[in-house]
Design a protein around this ligand. Sequence first.
Ligand SMILES: [Zn+2]
Length: 145
Amino acid sequence: MTTTSITREYRWEMGHALWFHQGKCYHPHGHNYRMEIEVSGLVDDKTGMVLDFSKLDDWADPLIAEVFDHKFLMNDADERHHGGNLHPDFDVTTCPFEPTAERLAWMFWDIWEECREEVHAFDGMTLERITIYETDKASATVRRS
Ligand SMILES: [Zn+2]
């Protein structure tokens, strides 16, 4: 049996600001994010598939819609959102790290690993790689080593 991997791509728009950045990324700005998720497994004899792509969508689409798309991500440590400085309508999501492409890739990886036991569609699947593109030229990848 040969293990085969499949890759699915997702896109969303999101703002962020990097509290510890020494350059222009310190300031609020946004990206057209793109994510590739690569999953491996055995090809099913009957379906000819490792996994129906829609099963990945069932996991990723609601997560992206609820947590990331058209949100503004800031580090918990970022003092600029403390003390009610921002209007409550400004939909800020905070995270315990700098919201870089690297840490977003880790975040998706951790969420996958935490929920994989509940998502039986992923039985027998191995998460191989997550790549987050902030721009066409800049990306971060976490992969199983
Ligand atoms: Zn940025």
